[in-house]
Write a protein that binds this ligand. Sequence first.
Ligand SMILES: NC(=O)c1ccc[n+]([C@@H]2O[C@H](COP(=O)([O-])OP(=O)(O)OC[C@H]3O[C@@H](n4cnc5c(N)ncnc54)[C@H](OP(=O)(O)O)[C@@H]3O)[C@@H](O)[C@H]2O)c1
Length: 295
Amino acid sequence: MIWTDFLYHPFWALLSALLAFVVRRQRRGAWDPRVCSVQLKGKTAIVTGANTGIGKFIALDFARRGARVIIACRNLSSLDSVKEFAERILEEEKALHILVNNAGVSGLPRQITKDGFEVSFATNHLGPFLLTMLLLDLMKRSAPARIVTLSSVNHWRGRVDFSHFHGDNITYFMDNVYNHTKLHNVICTNELARRLQGTGVTANSVHPGVVMTEVMRHYPLIIRCLFNIIGFFFFKSAEEGAVSSIYCAVAEETEGITGKYFDSDCSLALPAPLARDAALAVKDFEICERLTSKL
Ligand SMILES: NC(=O)c1ccc[n+]([C@@H]2O[C@H](COP(=O)([O-])OP(=O)(O)OC[C@H]3O[C@@H](n4cnc5c(N)ncnc54)[C@H](OP(=O)(O)O)[C@@H]3O)[C@@H](O)[C@H]2O)c1
């Protein structure tokens, strides 16, 4: 017997199966939307990017609770398109109680939109930022109302450099750009919450977990294969990934909570230090306001 035989011992297969079983059991958080009896009859909700992935299950949950659900698909990276959509909502809807900024993209190559923004920043941050700002008065009039923005635990690896918005000084490697955009999500949501104090509109950001969706569609085939193989055993399903967002948007437990970051198991979590810097938040928010209002 040589020592490498040890590596082929059935013990390892058993251990992997046991580990996969334990992780699967733990993927379900403490809060279960199926036993939450909150009804949304008479309420209106918008979920962006709800044609697939996590957003689809968020929208389905709201619809099951009786909400009128508007799913906002394509194109958040075009600010004209965001404006058109918001104008239509303001014309046609009398109230808006829930806005879930879910749409997002990762791994896109460098591209500058016709508005002059880096495409991932436009899609993940500036588009949802503008949409939220345009719908804010309607939400205030509809209060109590909730805004939920899907960020990611990856925001911990993001950096703030305002030249990124225009595609400058960015290193395109793996999920770098995505991480920066997800950090801006948390920073601006916190500042929005501060500005909304006393209005009855709350704003929080969430991490959905590592979720088996199409989020890796822009990565090389080998990375997608690895993601899917590992994900099959260990990652959340899209339905499970929707839970923390649904918790923020509808649960009685989160009523009145604002300016917080929720983890994928629905617990409150501390965001990265940059996302707790109040002065940076004011600056970031003002820059995003200026960039999006110019157009
Ligand atoms: N999956 C994860 O592990 C994970 C982890 C942390 C955070 N998140 C966040 O969760 C959110 C949902 O992601 P997912 O995992 O469900 O990914 P997904 O399956 O790729 O779904 C993303 C959604 O965003 C939409 N979208 C992309 N670009 C858009 C644009 N320019 N305009 C409008 N909609 C656009 C997509 O629409 P099309 O189908 O038309 O492209 C799709 O509906 C994202 O914000 C993501 O950053 C996901």
